[in-house]
Design a protein around this ligand. Structure first.
Ligand code: C2E
Ligand code: MG
Ligand code: MG
Ligand code: MG
Length: 292
């Protein structure tokens, strides 16, 4: 295993480093059983329209409920899963869990709600992902345009030709493609031409500087203008302050997402946020991270 480790690139290595700070390599030992033992859970974070603040869609974010270590964030265990070659099964589980939850919300009346699912580099290898997406959409009777697949620049960069093929196949299913963490990778603008995404998610590091740094505001405004000319929607990630939201409205950002508006939360808490006539407001609403 040590020899294999030497070939790891920085991104993957970061997962191992984080695992070490949580506590040696127990996570690697425990991960293979986690799916079968039902230790993974899906949280949902709302993506809002900036004006009305109505909920446009939900981003699905996986969490690992470790039996002794509590909730472990995906930034820690997703890279380990990828290295161990266990990401495919978990990815299929996330996709099906996301679409089955969306189907339930649609049955309750949220017929316009969209769902966003993160897909990592190894998941994009081969044709399997396209078949899995197609199968899941049909199984849960979801219009393909309600599903958005989020790919980071790192994913697109690792094997651009293969990524382009997968993106084209997903697009022809009618699924939407988002470039996640936009602005943090190399030659970001290249991806707008090569992958023709439907959505661009401006990384939270830009949002964080939006209110105090004139250059950042100009860059964000420019990215939004350029995107709109290309027919691309823009989501700002990591919105934490009212002032940032005000600026994002001024620069015509299409959608906003962040702790100011809602944290990643359980399906029950997210349901309460949707305020559907057919649903009781979650009895646990007080326990939600930021009940509406
Ligand atoms: P991401 O897709 O960029 O997700 C956004 C991350 O920012 C989430 O962290 C979310 O909780 C966090 N966040 C949202 N709003 C705010 C805010 O206002 N302030 C701050 N500081 N953070 C905010 P999380 O859930 O820990 O996920 C981290 C990354 O793990 C995700 O980044 C995504 O790349 C990956 N990930 C999560 N779920 C999955 C999954 O099911 N499959 C795959 N392949 N990757 C996943
Ligand atoms: Mg994402
Ligand atoms: Mg992101
Ligand atoms: Mg990220």
């Amino acid at each position: 295993y040590a020899a294999k480790k030497a070939g790891r690139n920085g991104f993957k290595f970061a997962g191992i480093e984080a695992a070490k700070t949580i506590g040696d390599f127990e996570l690697e030992r425990d991960l293979p059983d986690a799916l079968a033992s039902g230790q993974f859970v899906l949280h949902f974070q709302a993506i809002h329209e900036p004006g009305s603040l109505s909920v446009h869609s939900a981003e699905v974010l996986i969490r690992w409920h470790h039996p002794t270590r509590g909730l472990i964030p995906p930034g820690v265990f997703i890279p380990i899963l990828e290295e161990m070659g266990c990401i495919t099964g978990v990815g299929v589980w996330v996709l099906n869990g996301a679409l089955s939850q969306l189907a339930a919300w649609r049955r309750s009346g949220a017929s316009n709600l969209g769902i966003s699912v993160n897909v990592s580099a190894k998941q994009l290898r081969g044709e399997a992902i396209v078949e899995e997406v197609d199968r899941a959409l049909k199984k849960y009777n979801i219009p393909p345009g309600k599903l958005e697949i989020e790919l980071t620049e790192t994913v697109l960069m690792e094997n651009p030709l293969q990524a382009q093929k997968a993106v084209a196949a997903l697009t022809s299913l009618g699924v939407r493609i988002a470039v996640d963490d936009f602005g943090t990778g190399y030659s970001s603008l290249k991806y707008l031409a090569d992958f023709a995404p439907h959505t661009l998610k401006i990384d939270g590091s830009f949002t964080a500087k939006l209110a105090n740094d004139a250059a950042t505001r100009t860059i964000v405004e420019g990215i939004i203008g350029l995107s709109h000319k290309l027919g691309i929607d823009v989501i700002a990630e990591g919105v934490e302050q009212e002032e940032q939201l005000d600026i994002l409205r001024e620069v015509k950002c299409d959608y906003v997402q962040g702790f100011l508006l809602g944290r990643p939360e359980t399906p029950d808490c997210f349901s309460a946020r949707l305020n559907l006539p057919g649903l009781d407001r979650a009895s646990s609403a007080q326990e939600c991270p930021s009940a509406p």
